[in-house]
Design a protein around this ligand. Structure first.
Ligand code: 9D3
Length: 249
């Protein structure tokens, strides 16, 4: 997958994209990224990228001309067949399913909003999808763009070690995971559960499933409504429900 990123702050991307899995994905040509500074596409003497809003009110609005010039000059004929994503608080909240849909494209463009937002004509002329990463206020769309790139990269064939590593996520997202342990077996009076040490593969599998169900019941009970549950799962949950009610969501 190739991603063109349009931002006023390209340096923000340097750290996160040059480490770990994102670094390896680029080395292995699974992912390629190009960063474009919107300021480079201004034509005025002072390279102005933002201005005060028509109608008044606080804050600054990103100007339309430099953004359109940047995206048109980079995408050229591919504009129209390339999803152009705007990171914005008004967008659809990113989910695993949205990421799966976007990961099917060979090429994407991301415009990073900043300040109070972008001139509406950027949406009218360029944007095909608007994405938020959650209901909290950030300083700009750069971190959301990096989050999106991180999510997408894990879904690209060959980005992770095992070929089906990303497939397991769809199951992991259905239920929360239970506890994990590694050595030592005792630490400050806290023991690793016996079943994990003496196990019996089938007992371990069942125990892990029950821990996942218990944690989901306690923390994210709404996830159980769409999880695929077999009879053993249903019985275990009925047992939990007798012990105590889930916390209010
Ligand atoms: C919604 C808040 N707006 C009215 C007070 C002003 C505003 C604040 C911060 C507008 C944009 C921003 C910068 N945030 C983003 O660009 C952004 C964002 C976010 O703040 N939260 C979650 N996802 C995203 S994606 C882009």
């Amino acid at each position: 997958m190739h991603i063109d990123i349009f931002t006023l702050f390209p340096a923000m991307f340097e750290g996160p994209l040059t480490e770990s899995i994102l670094k390896r994905a680029q080395e292995n040509a699974v992912l390629s990224l190009s960063l474009y500074n919107i300021r480079d596409y201004t034509t005025d003497r002072h390279h102005i990228t933002d201005d005060t809003p028509y109608g008044g009110g606080g804050g600054m609005v990103m100007k339309v001309e430099p953004i359109v010039a940047a995206v048109e000059s980079v995408l050229g004929d591919r504009l129209g067949q390339t999803p152009v994503i705007l990171t914005s608080p008004q967008g659809r909240v990113l989910t695993h399913q949205i990421a799966l849909d976007l990961a099917g494209h060979e090429r994407l463009a991301i415009i990073c909003g900043h300040y109070e937002g972008v001139d509406e004509r950027v949406r009218q002329l360029l944007v095909t999808e608007e994405i938020s990463i959650g209901d909290y206020v950030l300083t700009g769309g750069e971190l959301p763009a990096m989050v999106l790139i991180d999510v997408l990269t894990r879904l690209l064939p060959g980005a992770l070690g095992a070929p089906d590593a990303a497939q397991n996520d769809s199951h992991a997202i259905g239920l929360l995971e239970g506890p994990h342990y590694t050595r030592p077996p005792q630490y400050r009076g806290l023991s690793v559960p016996e079943v994990l040490i003496n196990g019996h593969h089938a007992r371990i599998t069942r125990w892990r499933r029950e821990q996942a169900l218990r944690r989901t019941w306690q923390r994210r009970p709404e996830l159980l409504l769409s999880a695929r549950l077999d009879n053993a799962d249903q019985n275990f949950l009925a047992q939990l429900a007798e012990e105590d009610a889930p916390p209010p969501s």
